[in-house]
Design a protein around this ligand. Structure first.
Ligand code: FAD
Length: 410
């Protein structure tokens, strides 16, 4: 039996290792000159490859009920055992797993070495253009046509196409009548039309952000926000992005409300009134500078036409109220988002209802497996996307091994 794995990224490498244990003839076809180019970029070069909080609410899919069946303690252990047996010593930080080396290359090299040791053939600089089925799979590349009994589609999504995942996998899947849930960028920066965005460029602040959809609160996050000259970025924004983007696509009004003082539980006016009693005569800017980035202070004072030198005690109650509103509930209308080239992952993909979720085998075509980000599954930042890539690959590999056992017993 010949197994062809299309794509040598995170999921393709693991599927190859797992399937090769069967004794089948396994080959990876990878379009880049090396496998796992995207792995090197993950976790800012450190590869956040897993998260202890492996739970269904960390994932998005049109078919979460189906996905739920495999996000469980048994499969969590399966992933951890795989990496343990691969020799990866984890460095755990608040439940986030990185290789102890702090280098993503450790993960890439360990996977490639293990694949080679298991007898996997790796053919690089080969792009699969088309796949058809007639008795067997016919896999077409520019150079040749290969024939296989089992095909694993592991081509990734459209996110970060410079790493090789350019969306061709969706076309390959539709050849077998698979439906594709609308593919959109996710874990990506959001754009705003606020007039003074350019003045915020590169400012960072620890905040609490709330996402409102048609004026209803839908999600909230805490973390570092980064302002850009066109909008907002940072992990807390990435976590909200998938929802905001889907809302924009459905013509919903999306708005982010920022609390620059998440540590303050009281009203800001009461807090400042009490503070000023002990601090004597203070300018408003001096008072606020001790609490947050001075550039944010300057901008919010400018927005409210308050002179930086104005003494706090000379502010009117209305001015204080407006300041408090901007510092604790600053509204940023979301009008757009960055594209696939800037996105870490995509939402949408091959519809999960057309896959046997326990084995990742297509329900449309026997012996065709679809794994990784090509499927309609996206996770939050924190190691969840790689977790799904590994898990889907391990489940497919297991099923391929079962097929070999069946052949042997027959
Ligand atoms: C900057 C960045 C940082 C990230 N950080 C993290 C993180 O820290 N933790 C986390 O969990 N996730 C992270 N992710 C997401 C994670 O990398 C992906 O979800 C994961 O790599 C998906 O694995 P995959 O195997 O499905 O696809 P990929 O890893 O994209 O692999 C697909 C492979 O298929 C090849 N290919 C595509 N089409 C063809 C074809 N027609 N013929 C032959 N080969 C083909 C591609 O060249 C590529 O090598 C990050 C992503 C990015 C872009």
């Amino acid at each position: 039996m010949k197994v062809l794995i299309i794509g040598g990224g995170a999921s393709g490498l693991v599927a190859a290792i797992s399937a090769a244990c069967s004794g089948f003839d396994v080959t990876i076809l990878e379009k880049n000159d090396k496998c796992g180019k995207k792995i090197l970029l993950t976790g800012n070069g450190r590869c956040n490859y897993f998260n202890d909080d492996f739970r269904i609410d960390k994932f998005n899919s049109q078919n979460l009920e189906i996905l739920k069946k495999i996000i469980n303690a048994e499969n969590k252990q399966k992933i951890l055992t795989f990496f343990d047996e691969l020799g990866i010593v984890p460095k755990k930080q608040n439940g986030y797993y990185y290789p102890f080396s702090n280098q993503a290359i450790t993960i890439r090299e360990s996977l490639v070495t293990e694949a080679k040791l298991k007898g996997v053939k790796i053919k690089t600089n080969i792009t699969v253009d088309d796949i058809t089925y007639q008795d067997k799979f016919h896999v077409k590349t520019k150079e040749e046509e290969l024939v296989a009994d089992i095909v694993v589609l592991a081509t990734g999504s459209k996110a970060c196409p410079k790493t090789g995942s350019d969306g061709l996998g969706y076309i390959l899947a539709t050849n077998f009548n698979h439906h594709i849930v609308n593919v959109l960028p996710a874990l990506v920066q959001l754009k705003s039309n606020l007039p003074f965005m350019s003045k915020w460029d590169k400012i960072r602040s620890d905040v609490e952000v709330k996402l409102y959809e048609d004026n209803q609160l839908v999600k909230e996050e805490v973390g570092e926000i980064q302002f850009t000259n066109y909008g907002v970025s940072g992990i807390c924004i990435f976590q909200l992005s998938s929802m905001a983007i889907k809302g924009l696509q459905n013509n919903k009004k999306e708005e982010i409300v920022i609390n620059f003082m998440p540590w303050l539980k009281d009203s800001l006016i009461t807090y400042l009134d009490n503070k000023i009693k002990k601090m004597h005569k203070r300018k408003i800017s001096d008072l606020l500078d001790g609490m947050l980035n001075y550039k944010i202070v300057n901008l919010i004072l400018q927005k409210n036409h308050i002179n930086q030198d104005c003494l706090y005690n000379n502010l009117s109650f209305n001015q204080k109220q407006q300041l408090a509103l901007d510092l604790q509930s600053f509204k940023v209308p979301i009008t757009g988002f960055n594209g696939f080239d800037k996105a870490q992952v995509c939402s949408g993909g091959v519809c999960l209802s057309e896959i046997n979720i326990s084995t990742m085998e297509s329900l449309k075509q026997k012996n065709l497996y679809i794994i990784g980000e090509l499927l309609d599954v996206d996770g939050l930042c924190g190691g969840y996307n790689l977790s799904f890539a590994w898990l889907s690959a391990l489940l497919a590999g297991e099923d391929i091994r079962r097929k070999n056992d069946k052949i042997k017993t027959n």
